[in-house]
Design a protein around this ligand. Sequence first.
Ligand code: FE2
Ligand code: FE2
Length: 355
Amino acid sequence: MAVDQDTMNMLKTESAGAPAVDLSWLDLGQTWGMQAKPGKRGLTLDEVNIGPYGPPGDESKEMTYRARGAVPREGVPRIGYYLDKKADVWSDNATLLYEEAVQRQWSSATDIPWETLEPLPDEIERAFCQLCTFLTEVEFIAGDTPGQWVPRISNEHFETKLFLCSQIMDEGRHLDVFRKRALANGGGLLQASPTSSLRTIINARDFTEMSAIMHVQAEGFVQSMFRMGELIAKNEAEKRMFRLCAQDESRHLGFGVMHLKYTLEHEPERREEIHAYLDESENADPETGTFGINVAESLILLLGGGKDNVDEGFNKFMALRKRQVLEYIHRLNVAGLDDRADRMDPVMRMMLETP
Ligand SMILES: [Fe+2]
Ligand SMILES: [Fe+2]
């Protein structure tokens, strides 16, 4: 379209009256010439944590959306981050776990040998479907919970935010793989759990409280179960499902243990407070521990191989509970909460007395 003479004149006038350009930002290169170099594992987050881009000290107070290392300026808005203290959210292994998570994603559609599923006796299929129903609920909470915390954490500690985002992706895949298994062999989802322990996790009001009871305790219990997956599974598809989920859970647990360690080392005055959170969560379901009764019974059937073998199933179930508690105590010891065994919930302590 041709531009008429009046429009040309107007454009010329506006251009003549335009404000002088401000190119002062061109001189802001505070790290100009500093170059991040790939390491053995590529250009990971550790390789770009150089100079002012590295993690801040414990006293940083950044609550705006300024990216760590960017040049500060006035007028940058706050958008509701309130966890700005490093000890509130930090874990020394978050960068490593995030990079590993990105590299080790798998597909529930194509990495599980679904063709190895075969018809199972009805009671075994129902038991597996009940277990999958419970695990699907667990995985929803394990994704929803970190999802609540990402927008509360300062960008100064983006390593934790990235790790939590990778966890949400992992848990999304876990909930979908158990859902798929429930539907893939003619069974389907069974009854929802009435237990309240999952609500304790999502209701946590403090990040360290959430991490201790979700990452270390609940995901620890789930991990101990996944590691006994060879005994629960009836075919290669189920074994692979447990193995791949266990690989992901190791990262979630690893974050939680190292976060707790960091907090206890930097804010030792929080020890009693953290014990109190665990007192509450260990006691969340006094009748059946971690599981609702349906889930406990489904595991007993699966571990024993059917209703006629309940004794053997029960013994193996108790061995699983014992393993869960032993590994839980071990992880807390690694985190520095080595006095936990002395004040553990009595029901949990009973598990340790199982032969
Ligand atoms: Fe999970
Ligand atoms: Fe997890």
